[in-house]
Design a binder for this molecule. Structure first.
Ligand SMILES: NC(=O)c1ccc[n+]([C@@H]2O[C@H](COP(=O)([O-])OP(=O)(O)OC[C@H]3O[C@@H](n4cnc5c(N)ncnc54)[C@H](O)[C@@H]3O)[C@@H](O)[C@H]2O)c1
Length: 320
């Protein structure tokens, strides 16, 4: 049986990846220092090493003790805005952490890596849908660290027999069950819920973009679909020498206004969003070309926006 170490497995996405691995008959092991994660997200029976990935001794012990055959690397700082204020922290955590991980994987003979990348590597794409071979022009330190992470995977793949896949996630949303919601307030849907909790009107940052309704367009992907893409990527790594980068999105854009409308429908009351000025660095539109992942991983999304919003809302109401 293959055993996959999930770094950041107590996080929002990691918790779903663990369950997808289990459903596929693969054994997960978690390393997470709980700096941003929640212990209850790691299911009973799944080993959880509470340590930083920078703790090389703990990492090596976890790999040896559990017979780890591959790593799904999600542990990272992820707030693009914060990264502009704290570039050194982002490079230290995201790039430094990945170097520590790769060193230990090399020493311990672990040859399979699935890496969490992001659509942030594209910055403002010149064309949509954006293809994997589009220029990488990240617009903040967070996106830069994700580009460097991809380079590290690629360069180690060339230097030794590391089989790797980088997944560039688009806008992740939804919950696989009511106890696994996104508790961070970085993405649109949790931001709207947070505003409603506080009795504020949710904000639309700019309605004068060159898009059909003037608001920004993004590609929303259900976290359960995303988790399943990790299983497909893990299998590709195991099947031979993979060196691949894939977008993970639905290949379809939804505008901020459309999302607000779906939220209003789900919660049964108009969220009454107000228009605020544009935020610097928000591209008008980003959505994924999904041919590569469909063809090579035989993966495509099956869950829509309504499902993302309603599952996120159920998880949010439970959390309150
Ligand atoms: N959520 C999104 O929309 C999104 C989009 C694109 C990419 N990503 C990437 O996906 C990954 C997971 O994101 P998430 O939304 O689940 O975030 P999250 O913050 O919920 O999960 C990250 C987990 O990693 C743990 N962690 C962080 N640093 C660590 C360290 N040094 N050692 C051990 N554990 C550590 C945290 O405790 C947390 O549980 C990240 O790499 C992120 O950049 C997320």
């Amino acid at each position: 049986m293959s055993t996959w170490l999930v770094t950041g497995g107590a996080g929002y996405i990691g918790a779903h990846v663990i369950r997808a691995l289990q459903a596929a008959g693969m054994q997960p092991v978690v390393i997470d220092d709980l700096s941003h994660g929640l212990a209850h997200r790691v299911p009973e029976g799944v080993p959880h090493v509470r340590a930083r990935i920078q703790d090389r001794a703990a990492l090596a012990t976890a790999i040896r003790e559990h017979g780890v055959t591959g790593v799904i690397h999600l542990a990272a700082l992820k707030a693009a805005g914060e990264s502009v204020e704290k570039p050194l922290e982002y490079f230290t955590e995201n790039v430094g952490g990945m170097i520590d991980l790769l060193e230990v994987m090399k020493a311990e003979g672990v040859r399979n890596l699935v890496y969490s990348s992001s659509a942030a590597v594209y910055g403002t794409p010149a064309e949509n849908p954006v293809r994997e071979d589009a220029p990488l022009v990240p617009e903040n330190p967070y996106g830069e660290t994700k580009v460097v992470g991809e380079w590290l995977a690629r360069d180690c793949g060339a230097a030794w027999d590391l089989s790797w896949v980088a997944l560039r996630y688009f806008n992740v949303a939804g919950a696989g069950s009511d106890d696994l919601g996104d508790n961070s307030v970085n993405n649109l849907i949790p931001m709207v819920f947070a505003a409603l909790d506080e009795g504020r009107r949710p904000q639309i940052f700019g309605d004068d973009y060159p898009t059909p309704d003037g608001t920004c367009i993004r590609d929303y992907i259900h976290v359960v679909d995303l988790a399943e893409a990790h299983v497909a990527a893990a299998r590709l790594c195991e099947d031979g020498q993979a060196a691949d980068v894939f977008n993970v999105g639905r290949g379809q854009g939804s505008s901020v206004r459309e999302v607000m409308d779906v939220i209003s429908g789900v919660i049964g009351t108009d969220v009454n969003a107000e228009v605020a000025p544009r935020r610097p660095g928000d591209p008008p539109a980003t959505f994924a070309a999904t041919d590569a992942i469909r063809e090579r991983l035989d993966w495509s999304s099956s869950r829509g926006l309504e499902d993302m919003v309603s599952s996120a809302w159920r998880a949010h109401t439970l959390e309150r």
